[in-house]
Design a protein around this ligand. Sequence first.
Ligand code: NAD
Ligand code: UDP
Length: 308
Amino acid sequence: MKILVTGGAGFLGSHLCERLIDAGHDVVCLDNFFTGRKTNVGHLLGNPRFELVRHDVIDPFKIEVDQIYNLACPASPPHYQYNPIKTTKTSVMGAINCLGLAKRVKARVFQASTSEVYGDPEIHPQTEDYWGHVNPIGLRSCYDEGKRCAETLFFDYHRENGVDIRVIRIFNTYGPRMLANDGRVVSNFVVQALRGEDLTVYGEGTQTRSFCYVDDLVEGFIRFMNQTAVVGPMNLGNPGEFTMIELAELVIKKVGGASKITNKPLPADDPKQRRPDISLARQHLGWEPKIPLEEGIERTIAYFRKSL
Ligand code: NAD
Ligand code: UDP
């Protein structure tokens, strides 16, 4: 197949491009390099089945493809809050442009949505039928509401125009090729520990997240995209749930060294708990994560040891 990956030079996108190339597909990677890097896909550049295009998803694009994975959007709070209006435009216009293209060329189109659509959730763990608890006017809203609107567009194009959609809700995913200055918690802690700095735990550190290793997630992407039973939304993530204190202690133990924990103010609207219910993914994809947090953290530490 010929497959378009928007945001393909980013953390998740570059792993996905690699998997698709390995499976024998032609891949067009489209990115504006806001948080992505050419080096993330540098090893694919010599492959005649791989093409890298600098483009912003806010502007329409025309290309004959069989499948589209729409991943373009900054994902870490510091990056998506850097230019919040642009973040909303990226989600909304990016969705419209991908859906318009999919409609024209009859491609299947996949949206990388997020657990942030659940906001600061009042039900736990989160199931796909939960409508969420999102502040529409806060600092995280540009991302959360942008992604929610993108989901709306996907389902309206599906109902109105018969576009073949797949919508996945990704829970916190980590691994090699995250940016050292990405700002998300796993990369922050690993980089801080490797530099011998103290680990910055925001608030009391009792808030929880569930961390999925990138290879597990990408396997779920591909299984979901290539089945026809369900269009989503479907949660993908690792149901293991940890406090930020537990994560910090694990990273310090694995890196060794003298780093301690230091507390910083909790950002506004920071969700208190998060854990995916992955029953749907188990049932329809036969999928569940295989890589436990300890092992994933070791692999991530090994990556940053080499790349810092
Ligand atoms: P990332 O920041 O590494 O990747 C995003 C990519 O999109 C980058 O390459 C960036 O340059 C590109 N991009 C941003 N705005 C663009 C635009 N306007 N036009 C073209 N390209 C643009 O983040 P990631 O973790 O790889 O996230 C990928 C996708 O998955 C995002 O849509 C994100 O919202 C979603 N997601 C990720 C997680 C996670 O834990 N990693 C969780 C939930 C959802
Ligand atoms: N966090 C932290 N220290 C950091 C970065 C993040 O304690 O250096 C916390 C943050 O407040 C949140 C959790 O870790 O409660 C996950 O943050 P991240 O930005 O990785 O993802 P998100 O909040 O979008 O789930």
